[in-house]
Design a protein around this ligand. Sequence first.
Ligand code: AMP
Length: 143
Amino acid sequence: MNVAHILSQKGRDVVTVSPDFSLHDVCQLMSEKGIGAVVVCARDGELVGILSERDIMRTIAASGARALEERVSSHMTSTVVTCREDTTIQSVMERMTEGRFRHVPVVREGRLAGIISIGDLIKNRLAEVESEQDELKRYIATA
Ligand code: AMP
């Protein structure tokens, strides 16, 4: 199973911000949308970073609430690990585990095409387990 399968169910919408947004703007956006990370894009749409609630928490822990006025560009992660639609779900899980992060943007021909979160992976795995159980029950019932 690959990333395209998850995107076909959850959709391809990605919440993006520009590097000059303030952390406070991002907090409001994350709270409104119920998400834990935003992808940072330049004006031409190029993916230039990712900023998650962890980055915001780390900044506030170090500098206090006044840090909320600082820009996204100063606190985002610029080296973003991405995947493609044909990347396997197993491989996305490995990337998250190795990198210790919970979000992986999906890129197609250099453009943003979706995002996979750890929640999406868990939801997908639960559905798989349920379907395996149903199959096993059917097999036992008809054996
Ligand atoms: P998260 O677990 O996604 O909240 O992110 C934990 C840390 O990893 C934060 O510093 C993020 O900026 C960073 N991060 C999140 N996703 C990625 C990614 N796909 N590639 C690189 N860094 C990431």
